[in-house]
Design a protein around this ligand. Structure first.
Ligand SMILES: *Cc1c(COP(=O)(O)O)cnc(C)c1O
Length: 358
């Protein structure tokens, strides 16, 4: 693969040079004043982007770690899992592995979870928590989170925990208004940083539940997070290169305005969808298309692996279908710091490569 390959994987995503440069900041101790200043700045920026006055925790793990944290701290006994693809299934698997009474509500992949289905399931069962994947990266579906959050609010003391890994910083999320108890993401998706770091917002209810949670472990205990958060520190040694990068990215995002970032992402999405409709078709329900990733249906039955290899040789990296959709679909990310010219370049190169394959 060429050294300057253009990256259109739905994670890890393309990282611009300025971000890599920012990561070279000085090594600082995680109990130093400089660290706390950096920490406070990042937390404040993320809270602004997520429209929350609540807590923001930083984790030197990927989001899967925070998913396990949310499961252990927030689910009391029984959780309802809204599943429309591989990542919804991951939540369910994590909850099961932590000994929770996890129950799936699954729809056909490519479809979104409907608020009415959530209402019926909550009315019938006895759940204390709902787990949802906001943007299902494996199918290119974005679930109607706002509408689902309104349904969850109809039920007393049901927490809503949200995997927003591939939507946060790619589309607007109103954490407080929608009442999201945990909203978590890795930084290697729409935040457009290298992988290895993740962030979450934590509501008062989520934190209170943690106090009574049993067997929640040590590394991902919200009470431990809080203890250090109050000192503007992390529980253990943090990945300060990621924090420098995040600080730089937040500065640039807020300077340009989140609205313009979201708009740019939609423009790229529309271009990719238009191309996909003309050439292959979309895997996801038209009504719930993801702004950040398009899952293209391999209706022409091309050899996807061969296409990806040929694109690699030309310096373009895009994603195969995920899990059971491998080969049946392929995925193009249009999030982070990519722009419309990058997308045009990719689509041209795909067209050219496919005609060479015929
Ligand atoms: C990428 C992804 C994950 C997993 O994130 P890691 O950073 O690899 O832990 C979880 N959920 C969704 C929706 C994703 O896109």
């Amino acid at each position: 693969m060429s050294k300057n390959a253009k990256f259109f994987l739905p994670g890890p995503v393309y990282v611009r040079d300025e971000i890599k440069e920012a990561m070279k900041g000085p090594t600082i101790g995680h109990r130093s004043k400089d660290f706390s200043v950096l920490y406070e700045k990042i937390v404040k920026g993320i809270a602004e982007i997520l429209h929350t006055d609540g807590r923001i925790y930083l984790s030197s793990s990927t989001a899967t770690g925070l998913m396990e944290a949310a499961v252990r701290n927030v689910i009391q006994k029984s959780s309802l899992h809204l599943i429309c693809g591989s990542f919804g299934q991951l939540w369910y698997t994590i909850a099961k592995s932590c000994g929770k009474d996890a129950v799936p509500l699954e729809v056909d992949w490519g479809k979104a979870i409907k608020p009415e289905a959530v209402r019926s399931a909550l009315a019938e069962g006895n759940y204390d928590t709902v787990c949802i994947t906001h943007n299902e990266t494996s199918t290119g579906v974005m679930n109607p989170l706002k509408e689902i959050s309104e349904v969850v609010k109809e039920f007393e003391d049901v927490a809503l925990i949200v995997d927003a890994v591939s939507s946060m910083a790619g589309t607007e999320i109103l954490v407080d208004e929608w009442g999201l108890d945990v909203c978590l993401a890795s930084v290697q998706k729409a935040w457009a940083l290298p992988p290895g770091f993740s962030i979450a917002s934590i509501s008062e209810r989520a934190f209170e539940r943690s106090k009574n949670a049993e067997n929640k472990g040590f590394y991902f205990d919200f009470e431990m997070f809080e203890k250090y958060h109050l000192r503007s520190q992390t529980i253990s040694t943090a990945s300060t290169p990621h924090m420098y990068a995040l600080s730089k990215q937040i500065d640039d995002m807020l300077a340009a305005g989140m609205e313009s970032r979201y708009e740019k992402i939609i423009q790229m999405a529309e271009r990719v969808r238009e191309w996909a409709r003309e050439n292959f078709g979309l895997f996801a329900d038209e009504e719930y298309l993801s702004p950040t990733v398009t899952c293209v249906k391999n209706s022409k039955n091309i050899d996807v692996t061969s296409l990806l290899n040929k694109l690699n040789d030309k310096g373009y990296v895009m994603g195969n279908g995920y899990g059971k959709l491998k080969g049946e679909t392929f995925r193009i990310a249009h999030m982070g710091d990519l722009n419309i010219d990058d997308i045009e370049g990719l689509l041209r190169t795909i067209d050219e490569t496919i005609s060479e394959m015929e």
